[in-house]
Write a protein that binds this ligand. Structure first.
Ligand code: DP6
Length: 332
């Protein structure tokens, strides 16, 4: 265990192209479906941990201010896993910051828990390998398992009741197929219904939920093939299908959940118009109103030019594909 020394890790958010929605077990966020994502660069969470034997509980500073109690408890429960593994009940001071808007469908919990898993692994000197870190990150937030790795990443749903086969693994390095991602921010408000609650409601009430789960295997097989063959047309088809199917499912919950605003819809139409003009681009949308347009590098300026002119778009962020979670300070 490294006492009294600050260890900092950095991780990037990821965007699922074949989506995770629904859990086969709530405890530990064991997913009902596998998913495949791309890890971004430019955007990041940077998380520091310092173990301090004098503390009576974990302290958690988020974006420069003490985090709300619910968030602090979620972090403390996550670190309990590391304390149990290390056999030491030492609490920590944790500071985390994001360089992008939080809780607006940009998966800040994914990068945050992935960074914390890597930092805590070092602080408690557990020497866990990445697959195991992805299992642990999953227990903070399901999508966090994928941010342990860079580039194209697959999260397995697994079948074992204890979730030991529900982990992420890399499919393709970021340099191997350097796609670009244009994130269109359409609102800065926090989303009204978080993913965890949205998933629970969907699984409990949507008549389409079992079809969502059973059809996911075909989507995963298709996207693996698209990634292996670097086939952008196939990647477009399966990604838009998974995204629209997930939102259709979420709409069919009771009461139905609509994460989009009017600008979200305008952006979908604009991207479809670009496709008709032969521009290699597709959209994907998570549990919020932001639209992420994924394109080949040569299409980037056309895509940015078209999307930033859509009424209601507040900001456009451009990123590429990035690396997995790693220690950036306090190493050695
Ligand atoms: C729509 O990972 O945030 O972004 O496991 O409850 O923390 P919890 O949910 P979370 O859900 C992500 C949902 C999604 C799709 C995806 O990233 O695959």
């Amino acid at each position: 265990m490294i006492i009294g020394k600050t260890i900092t890790a950095q991780a990037h958010p990821n965007i699922a192209l074949v989506k995770y929605w629904g859990k086969r077990r709530k405890e530990g966020n064991i997913p009902a479906v596998g998913s495949i994502s791309i890890t971004l660069d430019t955007l990041y969470s940077r998380t520091s941990i310092r173990l301090e034997p004098a503390l009576r509980g974990d302290r958690f500073i988020f974006n420069g201010a003490p985090a709300p109690e619910a968030q602090r408890r979620r972090v403390q429960m996550f670190l309990d896993i590391f304390r149990r593994r290390a056999g030491r009940a030492v609490f920590a001071r944790i500071e985390s910051e994001n360089n992008f808007p939080t809780a607006a469908g940009l998966a800040s919990s994914a990068s945050g828990f992935a960074a914390l898993a890597v930092a805590a692994n070092r602080a408690f000197q557990l020497h866990l390998e990445e697959r195991e870190l992805s299992r642990l990150a999953r227990q903070g937030s399901g999508s966090a398992a994928r941010s342990i790795f860079g580039g194209f990443v697959e999260m397995h749903a697994g079948t074992r009741p204890d979730g030991s086969d529900a982990f992420a693994e890399p499919l393709l390095a970021p340099e191997a197929w350097p796609l670009r991602v244009v994130i269109c921010i359409t609102s800065r408000q926090e989303k009204s219904i978080g993913s965890t609650e949205g998933m629970e409601r969907t699984a409990a009430t949507s008549p389409f939920y079992s079809a969502w789960v059973s059809s996911s295997k075909d989507d995963l097989a298709e996207i693996r093939r698209a990634i292996r063959g670097k086939n952008f047309r196939e990647l477009t088809e399966v990604s838009e299908h998974s995204c629209l199917k997930m939102h259709g499912l979420i709409l069919s919950a009771r009461p139905g959940i609509l994460y989009w605003n009017g600008t979200t819809v305008e952006l979908i139409h604009r991207i479809r118009a670009l496709q008709r003009d032969g521009v290699p681009v597709f959209f994907t949308i998570d549990a919020g109103p932001q639209v992420k347009a994924v394109c080949l590098p040569e299409a980037l300026s056309d895509v940015v030019g078209a999307l930033k002119r859509v009424d209601g778009v507040r900001e456009v962020l451009v990123t590429g594909l990035g690396q997995g979670a790693r220690i950036v300070e306090g190493d050695g």
